[in-house]
Design a protein around this ligand. Sequence first.
Ligand code: AMP
Length: 114
Amino acid sequence: MGDTIFGKIIRREIPADIVYEDDDVLAFRDLNPQAPVHVLFVPKRAIATLDAATPADAELLGKLLLAAAAYARSLGVAGQGYRTVINCNEHGGQTVFHLHVHLLAGRHMQWPPG
Ligand code: AMP
């Protein structure tokens, strides 16, 4: 897989507003926020897309979601609610090919999405 801007953030080659880190996951604020809270949860071991994930990635994918949920709880927004999104490939709107979970909170989300 080619390197991406998220790889550069993980290696601290470019700055980001990092809000959470553990051995497997890095989370930082989205540069172009779509909600009052918009944080990206990124696995340190890159997977290009959800479509490229395999059963060997199951634990890592679970860790990403649990990290997002725990962060939302820590902010106090879990009770009101939030949205998690994984965009996959062109029709999904994916622009950075290093799998990531968007955590969006702080406003009412519309459904269906645009
Ligand atoms: P996606 O379209 O699902 O691939 O999401 C990529 C997200 O990364 C977009 O919401 C961008 O605003 C965000 N983004 C791109 N570059 C950066 C960056 N350097 N720091 C933080 N967020 C970024």
